[in-house]
Design a protein around this ligand. Sequence first.
Ligand code: ZN
Length: 335
Amino acid sequence: MAIIYHPEYATHIQFRHHPESPERLEYILKKIATLKLSQEIIKPEPATEDDLLTVHTEKYVDFIKNFGTGYLDGDTYIREGTYEIALLAAGGAMRGVQESFLRNEPVFSIVRPPGHHAGPKHGGGFCYFNNAAVAAKNALKRSERVAIVDIDAHHGNGTQEIFYDSRDVLYVSLHEWGIFPGTGNYTEVGRGKGEGYNVNIPLPPHSGDSTYEEAFDAIVMPVLSQFMPNIVLVSIGVDAHYKDVMTRLELSSKGYMSIAKKLLDFSEEYCHGRLVYVLEGGYNGLALSEVTGGIIAMFEGRKIDIQYDNVKDKNLRGKEYIDKSKNELFKYWKL
Ligand SMILES: [Zn+2]
């Protein structure tokens, strides 16, 4: 299977000790090498400005391009080269889509900077351009329906905004409720012809394996199978892991594998194996590399030894929240 990665991703440093650091990808690459996983690493081309304009306004693209140096928001710094590296990250997600269509198999785009907080007219939260959204728009050139499943611990407010009026792109997000960026309530279901095609499952702190299992079985998988996408994109963040201190969600590596298996089986049954993982967050190198390595191994039909398998949520801690989402979504989907 193919991995999309560019060595230049390592040159993106916002400032010293920023959690979204080059070491994140070093951990992943080391894991891939240790486990002797995919040797097929494809270097992507940068996205073009036209590609960005499919999801961002011209004003915003020019704003980033000519920004100079300084803070975009409190957590997101821009310096010389940031624009170019952000284009390369969007290009990496796009290449993932292209390869997955070509091969009818899963592809993992290991990119940074991440993208899911970038909306049509804004960036922030470590993001400049929305990689997954640019890739989804690219996928629409050769398909009718694209699903984005966002399992980063934070809500992908940018992706939601971009596709809020659209029924061609289904956006599904599971995230911790009450943290950055503050959006992603279950009542945010889309607008106009996009109504019902935006699915939020906000979860309380300490939700973990059993809650995610139930959310996938009760909502995510039924919605996906009714939507019938031609390709599934996964905005993967490993910051919902219990080892990651950025949020209070408590998924184990085992929980991540279980989600990955459901999405893999779905893609094989419903969309010719087309499945593209696009990396978003995840700030604990050990958890990040174990989960990404485990998923890539799964794509190759292999199983790795899991170290972080402590199941902390065995009793559906987020059940009440899942039910709220379900009640809202009943209007649009058979659940
Ligand atoms: Zn995140």
